[in-house]
Design a protein around this ligand. Structure first.
Ligand SMILES: C[S@@+](CC[C@H](N)C(=O)[O-])C[C@H]1O[C@@H](n2cnc3c(N)ncnc32)[C@H](O)[C@@H]1O
Length: 356
């Protein structure tokens, strides 16, 4: 899948480019190794019903699941009749998805990579009818101490979703100055005590060790004022761990690149669905979808002058308000509490009033 012919556009080229989807069994990415893993017994993807309704898959359509993970949503799309490219930056997750989705044969193909590069990764395939991204880390990644996301159990301070590249969290903590660390913790963790926590992390890094996620979590707690730590509903290190994870994986940068790619990637009539789990992500998705669907008026060039006329919108907003979990789903899966699903659909040439 790597290497690049420019993508062709239009529904015809989708059909042509994907008839012989050339990527069966491939997983790109240097040094990628898919390891055998213990899979979770019952995996229920978040907002599955809303995804199914908004995706409205027609049999034979080509979809890309940018975050295949444990293949819950990928299974749903395939069961609706889609052909699918399953993308994930975590080789372990892809190994699992490959097993779970084996029954769909050559209707599904796998790519190891970051969705920030989705255009290059799909260059040989061409435009798609649909794109789904279910952002963030999976509970499987969170629950495995050796991946370094967990403050409950000791593991290496890593936090990379793709362990084949990038800088582990411990290296990031050691590289950044205290003000830079505080900035990361404030911006990505919305931690009001970012300064004291950053100083505590620097002291942890300069200390005698051991340097693992359990000692790191304790350092964060020690850096917080006692009363503030005691009042928190979640573990007091949650905000700082979230901030480090977002920074290590450049999650917001990757999301912006994905949002940039949507107009070039989607065939006319195609849909993009994005599930976010915190306000930093949701804000980006909401704004970009509003831009695409012409809901943000252009700015006036100068005060007192009228704004220029808006160009015709190329997308329809399918979710004025985001889809969220209903009480039944929340009972089953508390992680769904913060999930927000937003979706857009690209107009067809007919709808745009352009001769096909
Ligand atoms: C919330 S889980 C997805 C769960 C999946 N939808 C399911 O039904 O099982 C997020 C997955 O996205 C992957 N991921 C997160 N950011 C990514 C990125 N920028 N590029 C590729 N994969 C990413 C993670 O490795 C993880 O496996």
């Amino acid at each position: 899948m790597q290497g690049a012919s420019p993508m062709r556009r239009g529904p015809r080229s989708v059909a042509a480019a994907t008839k012989h989807l050339p990527i069966s069994g491939r997983s790109g990415g240097r040094g990628t190794k898919e390891r055998p893993i213990n899979r979770p017994m019952h995996h229920r993807p978040v907002l599955a019903r809303a995804v199914s309704r908004l995706a409205a898959v027609r049999p034979g359509e080509l979809w890309v699941d940018c975050t295949t993970g444990f293949a819950g949503h990928s299974t749903g799309l395939l069961e609706q009749g889609a052909r699918l490219v399953g993308l994930d930056q975590d080789p372990d997750a892809l190994g699992h998805a490959r097993e779970t989705l084996a029954r769909f044969g050559d209707r599904v193909n796998f790519v190891h990579g970051n969705f920030r590069d989705v255009e290059q990764l799909l260059a040989e395939v061409g435009p798609v009818h649909g794109l789904l991204a279910d952002l963030g880390v999976s509970s499987y990644q969170l629950d495995r101490p050796e991946r370094g996301f967990s403050f409950q159990a000791a593991g290496p301070v890593d936090m990379r979703m793709d362990p084949t590249r990038g800088e582990p969290a411990e290296a990031l903590i050691r590289r950044l100055s205290v003000p830079e660390l505080a900035g990361v913790i404030r911006r990505y963790g919305e931690e009001p005590f970012a300064g004291p926590v950053a100083r505590a992390l620097a002291a942890w890094a300069a200390g005698p060790g051991p340097f693992d996620t359990a000692t790191l979590a304790r350092a964060v707690v020690d850096g917080l004022p006692k009363k503030a730590a005691a009042k928190r509903r979640h573990h007091p290190a949650t905000k700082t761990f979230q901030a480090l994870r977002i920074a290590v994986n450049d999650e917001l940068g990757a999301l912006e690149a994905l949002l940039d790619a949507i107009p070039r990637l989607l065939a006319p009539g195609g849909r993009a669905l994005i599930i976010s789990f915190h306000s930093l992500e949701d804000r980006l998705v909401k704004r970009r979808f509003a831009d695409l669907s012409g809901r943000n008026r252009p700015q006036a060039p100068r005060r007192g002058l009228p704004p220029p006329p808006a160009p015709p919108a190329e997308f329809e907003l399918l979710t004025r308000k985001p889809a969220v979990a209903d009480p039944d789903e929340l009972d089953d899966n508390p992680r769904a509490r913060s999930a927000k699903l937003r979706a857009v659909r690209r107009f067809t040439a007919d709808e745009m009033g352009v001769a096909a």
